[in-house]
Ligand binder design. Structure first.
Ligand SMILES: [Zn+2]
Ligand SMILES: [Zn+2]
Length: 139
C-alpha cells in the first residue's frame, strides 16, 4: 500500500476517535471509517489504532473487559453507566487523590491513578424512575 494512503488512513482513524465523545471500540471506529473509505478493513483499523496508541496520540483502555480508545490525553477519570454503558469523562487530579489516601500511599511511587465511578447515568435514572415501584414489587 502506498505510504501516503497509509497516513491518510491513520489521520482518518485518529479524527474519528477525536470527534467521538463515546470512547469508541475498534468496531465503532471501523463502522465509521467504512462510511468514508468503503474498502478499509477491520485489520487496518486495528493496526492503526494500536499504532496511534503506541505513538501516544490515543489511549487504549479496558472498560468491562472491552478495549476502547480515548483521544482525551490529559489526566481524567470516568463515570461508567452500568445500564446503558455510557462512558463520561470526569476531571481527576491524581496527585490529590494520592494525597488523600494518607500515609501508606506516600510510600508508593505512583505511576498512574485510574478513577472509574460506576452507577446509573442521569438518563437511565430518569427512564427507570416511573417503573421503580412496579419493579420493586415484582422482585
Ligand atoms: Zn445509562
Ligand atoms: Zn476518557
Amino acid at each position: 500500500m502506498p505510504h501516503d494512503r497509509r497516513l491518510a488512513h491513520r489521520d482518518l482513524i485518529l479524527g474519528i476517535v477525536r470527534r467521538s465523545d463515546r470512547h469508541p471500540t475498534a468496531d465503532d471506529v471501523f463502522m465509521e471509517a467504512r462510511s468514508n473509505v468503503p474498502s478499509i478493513s477491520l485489520a487496518t483499523v486495528y493496526r492503526n489504532l494500536r499504532r496511534l496508541a503506541a505513538l501516544g496520540e490515543l489511549r487504549e483502555r479496558m472498560f468491562g473487559g472491552v478495549s476502547r480508545f480515548d483521544a482525551h490525553l490529559e489526566e481524567h477519570g470516568h463515570f461508567v453507566c452500568t445500564e446503558c454503558g455510557a462512558i463520561v469523562d470526569i476531571p481527576v487530579d491524581g496527585a490529590d487523590v494520592v494525597r488523600r489516601l494518607g500515609q501508606r500511599a506516600q510510600a508508593w511511587e505512583v505511576a498512574h491513578v485510574d478513577v472509574e465511578v460506576k452507577g446509573r447515568c442521569p438518563d437511565c435514572r430518569k427512564a427507570a424512575a416511573p417503573s421503580r415501584q412496579a419493579r420493586r414489587g415484582s422482585r
